[in-house]
Design a protein around this ligand. Structure first.
Ligand code: AMP
Length: 278
């Protein structure tokens, strides 16, 4: 497994593979790897011959009062976990390699970030779009795998790839959950025992809303009001619970076709997100 820390190094390696006729899939991560990330690596090894995992805690996608400083960094354990899978190279630049002094370029999308997580995290998706663009330019992958756990992020990336003509195919990988339904997240480790016991209510609520829709419920307002009650009853503060069009992420006024239900809520200082198709 090669560990590259500069764009030139990883690009050289990927170009060697591609010259030999091999395809390459990139899995962008911020490290602190768990089974959710590892499932993306497994997806990547199914779609391409070679797998590159990037590990980079990206400062530009964190707001000033967010958890950039305390975000878990577990590089040695991450390498250990990846060594058990088909991971052919790791790209792990430092922040100053990624953003050289005087850096001034941005990548902004006009509409998708104006919903859901983007409202409470105004700089987040610009930071994601910027770093993922840089990762695509450095790694030149044929495929890039993203988790549906971060549904708005996948949509932002898909739109950006289409808008900017990146020659990469985006592959969605399903959300990996604990046995009680809680979506795996690097931030779950912040939860106290009591908070951890309350957290599965997020997925339970999404499932119950999806079932109601399947059974014919079509009024988003009533579904959302009920869902907020269920989540709040467990001591969580709901940032949003929305039923949206799965492409443009606009709220739907009536459920008449496929929708996505997304939620963000806080348990103490920890912010959790989840989503489901309906
Ligand atoms: P992160 O390290 O949190 O930036 O996540 C890196 C990638 O892993 C993103 O594409 C996430 O959507 C994906 N991911 C995170 N948690 C999960 C999960 N529980 N199931 C599937 N994918 C996940």
């Amino acid at each position: 497994m090669i560990v590259a820390s500069t764009a030139d190094e990883i690009r050289k390696q990927v170009r060697e593979w591609r010259v030999s006729g091999l395809t390459v899939a990139l899995v962008p991560t911020m490290g602190a790897l768990h089974e959710g990330h590892l499932s993306l690596v497994r997806t990547a090894s199914k779609v391409a011959d070679k797998v590159v995992v990037s590990i980079f805690v990206n400062p530009t996608q964190f707001g000033p009062n967010e958890d950039f400083d305390r975000y878990p960094r577990t590089f040695d354990a991450d390498l250990q976990q990846l060594s058990n899978l088909q991971c052919d190279a790791i790209y792990a630049p430092t922040a100053s390699q990624m953003y050289k002094p005087g850096f001034q370029t941005s990548v902004e999308l006009a509409h998708l970030p104006q919903h859901l997580c983007g409202l409470g995290r105004p700089v987040h998706f610009g930071g994601v779009a910027l770093v993922v663009s840089k990762l695509f330019i450095a790694c030149e992958p044929d495929f890039a795998v993203f988790g549906e756990k971060d549904f708005q992020q996948v949509r932002v990336i898909e739109q950006m790839v289409s808008d900017l003509d990146f020659a990469v195919k985006i592959v969605r990988s399903p959300t990996v959950r604990e046995p009680d339904g809680l979506a795996l997240s690097s931030r779950n480790r912040y939860l106290s025992q009591e908070q951890r016991a309350a957290a599965p209510v997020l997925y339970e609520t999404l499932v119950s809303m999806a079932k109601s829709i399947e059974a014919g419920a079509s009024d988003p307002k009533a579904l959302i009001e009920h869902g907020i009650k269920l989540i709040s009853a467990k001591g969580m503060e709901v940032e949003y619970l929305s039923i949206v069009d799965p492409i443009d992420l606009e709220d739907v006024e009536l459920v008449t076709g496929p929708v996505r239900i997304l939620v963000a809520a806080r348990l103490g200082a920890t912010r959790l997100i989840d989503n489901i198709a309906a």
